[in-house]
Ligand binder design. Sequence first.
Ligand code: TEU
Length: 546
Amino acid sequence: MNYFKDKVVYQIYPRSFNDSDNDGFGDIKGITEKLDYLKTLGVDYLWICPFFVSPQNDNGYDVADYRNIDPAFGTMEDLEELIAEGAKRNIYLMFDMVFNHCSTEHEWFKRAMAGEEKYKNYFYFKKPVNGGMPTNWVSKFGGPVWEYVPEFDEYYLHLFDPTQADLNWFNEDVQNEMCDILNFWINKGVRGFRFDVVNLISKPETWENDYEGDGRRFYTDGSRMHEYLKLMNSKAFGNGDFITVGEMSSTSIENCRKYSGEAEKELSMVFNFHHLKVDYKNKEKWTVMPFDFQELKQLFVKWQLGMQENKAWNALFWNCHDQPRSLSRFGDDKNYPKESGKMLATTIHMMQGTPYIYQGEEIGMTNAYFTDISQYRDVESMNYFEIMKSEGKTEEEIYQILADKSRDNARTPMQWNADINAGFSTATPWIGVNPNYTTVNVESALEDKESIFYHYQKLIQLRKTHKAISEGEYVPMLMEHDSVYAYRRVHDEEEILVLNNFYGKKTTVELEDVEGYEVLISNYPNKDIQKTMELDPYESIAYIRK
Ligand code: TEU
């Protein structure tokens, strides 16, 4: 069960990674061109966001054909080449399976709309209740979760956009289709899967209004979740060294302990998002608030200890294609970009679990700081722009919120060099390039021995050489400290102690036992460990003793 514990995953958002045919839109060949760069970084797996046939209303998370490549990204041959070239470098692929819903352009949905009962049963078509929607639930992208179909006098369920219809997992035909799709890709040489919002696939048996919330408590971590995961495990990825991660939306630790518990035979690991809600005012995403450091610490400790206790496994991450950039959010991208970028990296990479690096994080990419709605592309951001306007917020307030929270912050093109469009493409990219590309880019990172890039490279190597990092026990420390997050990792023959100052001001820590520690990695010139230690702004040091 330990085959993935010293591995690191790199996430690619293909439309924004590298554009090989210069049409302004990244593609699969573009990824193949950059494999040597990824090898230099040292990552083991690439999770690639969906590149399947899709109308792209939600950038590929609306799949119209799970077995074919969207021509905008290339061809099946391009993909086979990527798999083969990756394997030559010991880099393996994880595909992103969007199994909660499919596009309304999918053949299943089209046949349902043509009235075929078999395919209507692939979805949730429901009769009106009291002349209106079956429930009052709110979609993740704003607006109701039900779309009316006059021909049938019925509604269908969409937890996301109306063009993303929820799949009926009660139906065994749907279960079998999904397992067949997994096996299709396994046979092509894929070595792992990321499952999109997978803990939403088990819907309730009865449909009721939510008078306390937006409906999520009725469909999140539903009663048949474990059964569905065990089914996919036994029919598809359970036999072999596959790495699987479930994206768990608004989940609970009790469920995640099972989803990824070693004894359960469900998934290798889970993403949860609780630590990325510590800057939500009243649990509301579309607000601006400095992050709550104590809450962040408590969440890390809770999830580290709680998962460890059940031999369950966390995916460790600050960034993904749905989140603003961590350097702008938890660090200081203006005054301490290098220091805070490295500190955030060490914090994540030294914990128990599997680290995920989102493209550009390793060179210190920042939020986009867009100032006008015309610069945004994301369906969620565009919807909430309108929703916030209708709530009476001023445009100035709305732009501040979007600049802080929009998913497009993560989606600007990867910054390769200081050439036109950051070397991403010679054509105008589908979304604007961050103007800081002239200084923040791969080429300059590779030339600077002190860059954030080499810090990541070292963290990845350390995970492969120290069992305390890949498998050690997690022990929290200094819980009361108001700016330092600290912990130890303990294994038979070695022990690591990690100190991270999360703020741009000096601080002091008091340590009890400092015998025999040496510096393992740090973001300032090496400092010997002491009982009373002063830490510099955003200073981060890991010590080791054997
Ligand atoms: O995200 C699920 C999800 O919960 C987010 O969309 C979340 O609701 C939003 O970012 C909160 O602001 C996954 C994918 O990662 C995302 O890109 C897709 O849009 C979504 O599922 C639908 O497939």
